[in-house]
Design a protein around this ligand. Structure first.
Ligand code: 5GP
Ligand code: ZN
Length: 121
């Protein structure tokens, strides 16, 4: 069952300001903040304020919300210093479930970019 807010969830606590974070962006539905252990020159997370545990719980009702998240990502990437497409750009990552490498069970998208050599290949 999806609840709006889980008092035991780390990212719900971050949204509520109970745990400090470095903000990138916020509106009624989303919060973006810097990853505490960046693995790229630009590395922040975008989360819906709604407590959705992962992509595995998404339903058709979330389609518009997730669409807006995807539109937000490139805007914030540019604002945070990712260089323009196509020479610049960024990578999105959404770990889902234990086998997907998910550690925090509140849906989030990693936005990673900035000058190489952080990314191989
Ligand atoms: P995932 O669940 O996709 O594996 O990753 C969770 C991400 O959240 C990790 O990259 C980790 O560094 C980040 N993270 C975990 N705890 C905190 C925290 O308290 N504050 C912030 N800003 N990031 C966190
Ligand atoms: Zn949560």
């Amino acid at each position: 069952k999806i609840v709006d807010h889980d008092p035991n969830c780390l990212f719900c606590k971050i949204v509520a300001g109970q745990i400090p974070s470095k903000p990138v962006y916020q509106d009624e539905d989303f919060y973006a903040f810097h990853d505490i252990h960046p693995s790229a020159p630009v590395h922040f997370l975008i989360i819906p304020k709604l407590h959705i545990p992962s992509m595995a719980q998404l339903t058709d009702e979330h389609a518009a919300l997730m669409g807006r998240l995807m539109v937000l990502a490139p805007k914030l990437a540019r604002q945070e210093g990712c260089n323009p497409y196509p020479a610049g750009g960024f990578r999105l990552l959404c770990n889902t479930g234990a086998e997907g490498g998910q550690e925090v069970h509140h849906l989030h998208i990693h936005v990673m970019g900035g000058p190489r050599p952080w990314l191989r290949g």
